[in-house]
Design a protein around this ligand. Structure first.
Ligand SMILES: O=C(O)[C@@H](CO)OP(=O)(O)O
Ligand SMILES: [Mn+2]
Ligand SMILES: [Mn+2]
Length: 556
């Protein structure tokens, strides 16, 4: 089928107005209390949007089924949030696709598994990924089924290379997840399968960097996983996490790399020629760098020292353009005809910007997990380099000001019809669990919004300000009645993860048609409704299969 790319004209809304789309990462709406950092921060701009015209501020769902996740118990995240914002439709996402492939057994029949299976007779099966039940990048129950299923299908030697979480789940929960998987592996050993954890480390310090912010992170993982070398050596994974967590200021996200060694002090599971490797995260951004190191012959980002000849498959294919990795266990969602592509093909000159740690969010994720430009003559994507090697509570303002200034310049240049940005502060600092720093972060994001909205004002443009999911608005684990949940010592538990909260959408600016307002007839509006809305603000109607627009135009 050939796609007709021409969008119909909107009956009332004009074309050629500058539209600024601002995504505040990790900025949900929640009731005001001391754990709501957005409430605690001075945020006059976001407050004025909320308290301004009620028909120009609304809330939309940013988690669960509204963004293609298995259930409404699943918190939102950047991948699914930006996919929905950009694609205007709800696609079954990685978590759900893997669940389905495991439930039907299709995962065992498809090409990816059969490819790695060829190594089972002689080689070891290595599984590398995030060990938690967060459901953002991976899920423990899927890993358990993968280990079990592979052993039932001939894997006789299995090695797990685990990354501890503490970012999508409570800090300290790594111990419980390691206990669970160690029990599974012990059972398998009882059945004659040589199955063990071989290495590990905290996700933010080992392996799971993204957008090439810091290759040292991936190298630390490579050394432990492939070469079997790490500064810390233990007899078991449980001993490893317990010992490393006993260090002052230890944090699951940042545990140092470790390897498990045998009686003679030798690593139990380096990756060698003839082995099979599966990276079991379904989410792409934090696995792509390792996938490149495992798969690319001409890789030069760090010295790999030894490059084993392996059969490698991703849980999903992480980058469809690069076909990376070439083999995968489950096909990724096919997100085509995104709003970015339509708008560019209808002449909308587009500028996108964020700092490194979120750059791919407003480009790669926004464009349906696609790298690069649709039309480089009409698009410019600017990456502001992020700080690396720090936790962002040390620099909570991050690069918000720089992003805003670049965006202001882009708006004032007259070269663009759409500017699209992500302001990472609420999310990246929220993940550190540092409440005071997160308050500073939220203020910085609000100041950045002001710079952008002032520029919109100057050029007579339109803005749409939203967020991809919650985070900074709730920093404490809560019980069912919404009160802070206490641990066994009677202390509150800091929530470093995203939330289930809805997010705001605000529209305005001098270019907005005076009759434009949010509709009240959409039953459960979600992030996927934003794309059609933005198309309207550019003077176009969205394609029929897009989720409906959030706005209507009242007769004036
Ligand atoms: O940092 C990340 O990888 C996730 C949390 O796991 O956050 P976000 O979805 O906001 O990118
Ligand atoms: Mn996010
Ligand atoms: Mn986040």
């Amino acid at each position: 089928m050939t796609t007709s790319w021409t969008l119909p004209d909107h009956p009332t809304l004009p074309k050629n107005k500058l539209v600024a789309v601002v995504v505040l990462d990790g900025w949900g709406e929640a009731s005001a209390d001391q754990y709501n950092c957005i409430h605690r921060a001075e945020t006059p701009v976001m407050d004025s949007l909320k308290n301004g015209a009620p028909e120009k501020w609304t809330l939309v769902k940013a988690h669960g089924t509204a963004v293609g996740l298995p259930s409404d118990d699943d918190m939102g995240n950047s991948e699914v949030g930006h996919n929905a914002l950009g694609a205007g439709r709800i696609f079954a996402q990685g978590a759900k696709l893997v669940d389905a492939a495991l439930a039907s057994g299709k995962i065992w029949e498809d090409e990816g598994f059969n490819y790695i299976k060829e190594s089972f007779a002689e080689g070891t099966l290595h599984l590398i990924g995030l060990l938690s039940d967060g459901g953002v990048h991976s899920r423990l129950d899927q890993v358990q089924l993968l280990v079990k299923g592979a052993s039932e299908r001939g894997a006789k030697r299995i090695r797990l290379h685990i990354l501890t979480d503490g970012r999508d789940v409570l800090d300290g929960s790594s111990v419980g997840f390691v206990e669970t998987i160690e029990n599974d592996l012990a059972q398998l050993r009882g059945q004659g399968v040589d199955a063990r954890v071989a290495s590990g480390g905290g996700r933010m310090y080992v392996t799971m960097d993204r957008y090439e912010n810091d290759w040292d992170v991936v190298k630390r993982g490579w050394d432990a996983q492939v070469l079997g070398e790490a500064p810390h050596k233990f007899k078991s994974a449980l001993e490893a996490v317990k010992t490393l967590r006993a260090e002052p200021k230890a944090n699951d996200q940042y545990l140092p790399p470790f390897v498990i060694v045998d009686e003679s002090g030798k690593s139990v599971g380096p990756i060698v020629d003839g082995d099979a490797v599966v990276t079991f995260n379904f989410r792409a951004d934090r696995m792509v760098m390792l996938a490149k190191a495992l798969e690319f012959a001409d890789f030069d980002k760090f010295d790999r020292v030894r490059v084993p000849k392996i059969k490698y498959a991703g849980m999903l294919q992480y980058d469809g353009e690069l076909k990376l990795p070439n083999k995968f266990l489950v096909s990724p969602p096919l997100i085509e005809r995104t709003s970015g592509e339509y708008l560019v093909k209808n002449g909308v000159r587009t500028f996108a910007c964020s700092e490194t740690v979120k750059f791919g969010h407003v480009t790669f994720f926004w464009n349906g997990n696609r790298s690069g430009y649709f039309d480089e003559t009409k698009e410019e994507y600017i990456e502001v380099p992020s700080d690396s090697g720090i936790t962002f509570n040390e620099q909570p303002k991050m690069k918000a000001l720089e992003i805003a200034e670049k965006t202001r310049d882009a708006i004032l240049s007259g070269k663009f019809d759409q500017v699209r940005i992500n302001l990472p502060n609420g999310d990246m600092v929220g993940h550190t669990g540092d409440i005071e720093a997160t308050v500073v972060a939220c203020k910085a994001a609000d100041e950045a919004v002001k710079i952008v909205l002032d520029a919109v004002e100057q050029v007579g443009g339109i803005y749409l300000v939203t967020a991809d999911h919650g985070n900074a608005e709730d920093m404490v684990k809560r019980n069912k009645s919404g009160q802070p949940a206490l641990d066994k010592n009677g202390s509150i538990q800091i929530l470093t993860s995203h939330t289930l909260q809805p997010v705001p959408v605000a529209i305005g600016g001098p270019g907005l048609h005076p009759g434009a307002k949010f509709r009240s007839d959409i039953k459960t509006p979600g992030l996927a409704n934003v794309a059609a809305t933005v198309m309207n603000l550019h003077g176009f109607l969205a394609p029929d299969d897009y989720e409906t627009t959030l706005i209507e135009v009242a007769a004036k």
